[in-house]
Design a protein around this ligand. Sequence first.
Ligand code: GLU
Length: 478
Amino acid sequence: MSLRVRFAPSPTGYLHVGGARTALFNWLLARKEDGVFVLRVEDTDQARSRDEHTEAILHGLSWLGLDWDEGPYFQSDGVERHRAAALQLLEEGKAYRDFSDPDEIRAEAERRQKHASRVARERADALPDGEAEERAEAGEPHAIRFRVPAGETRFSDRVHGTMRFGNTDIDDLVILRSDGTPIYNLAVVSDDHEMGINLVLRGDDHLSNTPKQVLLYRALGYPEPEFAHVPLILGADGKRLSKRHGATAVGDYEEQGILPEAMRNFLALLGWNPGDDREVFLEVEELVEAFSSERILKKSSVFDTEKLEWLNGRHLAEMPAGELLDRVHGRLRSVEHADAALLADEAWMTRLVDLLKVRSRTVDELADGALPFVRTELVFEEKAVAKHWEKDPPAAEERMKRLLEVLEDTEWALDPLEEAIRGVADELDVGAGKVIHPLRLAVTGRQSSPGIFQVLVLLGRGRTLERLRNGLERVRAL
Ligand code: GLU
């Protein structure tokens, strides 16, 4: 039987990194085992479900490259089937009608120190034969509760091993509310059965639901799927990951310039490792190959933003510049004083991206590094001006003046430029840095940049000399 897994998000919020991780693990297993990855939107919470959330979730999955083979199915489309399952249980005596007033039941349960649902069951069982049916037919509102059998519920979990739950700790759960709407635990069992799901892999937060669902599978006579519950994701402080720790929506990372390839790589390592020290999986095929549910860790994992950025830098460095162009363009579009001709020059932009991508951790950082190259007016970093010009203006002036003279006669290529600039330093009897720093400041406005010789080559003779001249004027005015 081939593997059938699913991702079943509730559209009550955006795609959270925890949800994305669950989706990814399911997708990886489906791809690895030639299985089927089903997408089901659990939209039965009418009050909190929103179409915009569904869209954001689908968009997030697509962005991450997690394509689904079936769906999206919508849980709300199965309501009739869910109801039929509840009625089947009722008919077979595995569920009962509960006419009681919840407040009254709660008060009685407290007084008698019993589970509220057991009090409800006693009341239901105390009704004379046929009365429940009559009252239901007369239209009296009531819920339907599942009658949890005595004993113990066991199931095996791929991550946690055998799990055992005493049934006395499990409430007689409502499966159909008095307004006729099904409850999550019933809907999920009915849907997973209908969709032929044979492995349910989801977050640990559902672990307490699983015994209830297992009991429902058995009561309905459905074959049980396997289960795998993946551990929680924590923030750096060891607390459950939340907004306090920074962005938790996948879309926020997309906006920040994280690459989907890097995000996927990062999410895969949250609660899983390949068994060796590999961390960078440049190709998704490598990840599919390495992934296995046996290596999902029991203990929770920590969402380390530094690591995400580091991984992103690794993916960025390896990505062909051509593939990054659009994303960089997107970020440079609104820059003031940008040189439109340069931005439109694809070959030149590709060289620029090539130069920057190996030293950037995000696309945003890369785009920021591109600014000095594409701006027609430089923005000078105050700290750099103070350090390399203002501290000793006559020295800076002398070095820049000499550079200007020498560079005017230098062939514009890496080696001759390097030779010329080092020659100026020798001639003035200072270290190369003393010449390079004021020069870099003049041509980029910044303290740091890619290697200066490459920067000059890319800027070209005309722009370099013009910027150097402007810089010299500024230094003279100090
Ligand atoms: N809709 C549930 C959630 O978003 C997931 C249900 C499941 O995976 O069984 O938490």
